[in-house]
Design a protein around this ligand. Structure first.
Ligand SMILES: Nc1ncnc2c1ncn2[C@@H]1O[C@H](COP(=O)(O)OP(=O)(O)OP(=O)(O)O)[C@@H](O)[C@H]1O
Length: 242
């Protein structure tokens, strides 16, 4: 049984089918890449998995539990966490305070409690932010703000982390460093799904790739198989590199 199973997922927005009868699974300990051009439906898949969107049809199973209609905070409590494409740190709190918010019980009244500084520092250290705990997000370079988003997700102690375009806006050196950090997380036992437009940042990192085009699955295989797949090459002929 896969850790996460997405079966026949369809999501429509009015007349637009953003995700079209899509099925895939991710195995424990695996890094799965999900690629597809702009508008292919990648973020919508994550939004359906996290119950940000109601699905039109289909089933999502995590650790054997049907989570299709489960609320987002219960899904997070079950061990799933998502790092969005957009960063949304709270600038009046330092890095430590931003991470701590994700360790609090899920109640509006629970502003006190949560992880202590040692635990917060350990989440930060997993993405090399341990020396920036007192800085506010608006003082950080873009790559560190993105890493803070990952530290916030780590603070919920996930088993499976969904990373939506984690390398966007980063230079080559930052991409390399983040790839190494993602590799280390995997060595610690984390399962991950990484979404990106193309393969370039993902080739070395992922075990398997699912390619989405117009909301439907176009291909699935190892990075090498996908790079050679003619359907994939045709879909990307419109301009973008695979
Ligand atoms: N809340 C929404 N309401 C209406 N349409 C939406 C909504 N969210 C996404 N869509 C549409 O669904 C389609 C898939 O969008 P989605 O953001 O999932 O693609 P994507 O593959 O993540 O693209 P990108 O790489 O640009 O982030 C697009 O046509 C988009 O305009």
């Amino acid at each position: 049984m896969s850790l996460l199973e997405v079966e026949n997922l369809t999501k429509k927005f009015g007349g637009l089918t953003a995700v079209d009868n899509l099925s895939f699974g991710v195995e424990e300990g695996e890094i799965l890449g999900v690629i597809g051009p702009n508008g292919a439906g990648k973020s919508t898949v994550f939004n359906c998995v996290m119950s940000r969107y109601d699905v039109t049809s289909g089933t999502i199973t995590f650790n054997g539990d049907d989570i299709t209609d489960t609320s987002t905070h219960k899904i997070v409590n079950k061990g799933l966490s998502r790092v969005s494409q957009e960063s949304d740190p709270i600038d009046i709190f330092p890095v430590a305070g931003n991470i701590r918010l994700f360790t609090l019980p899920n109640s509006l009244l629970s502003l006190y409690g949560g992880a202590d500084m040692e635990e917060i520092a350990s989440y930060a250290a997993r993405v090399d932010l341990q020396d920036k705990l007192e800085e506010t997000p608006d003082e950080l370079p873009h790559a560190d703000v993105r890493r803070l988003e990952i530290a916030k997700a780590l603070a919920t102690e996930p088993e499976l982390m969904l990373l939506d375009e984690p390398f966007a806006g980063m230079n080559q050196q930052e991409i390399r460093k983040l790839s190494e950090q993602i590799e280390s997380l995997r060595e610690e036992g984390m399962t991950m799904i990484v979404v990106d437009h193309n393969m370039s940042g993902l080739m070395q990192l992922v075990d398997r790739v699912v390619v989405i085009h117009n909301g439907a699955k176009l291909a699935e295989g190892t990075p090498d198989e996908i790079a050679e797949n003619e359907d994939v090459q045709d879909a990307y002929l419109s301009g973008e590199e695979i």
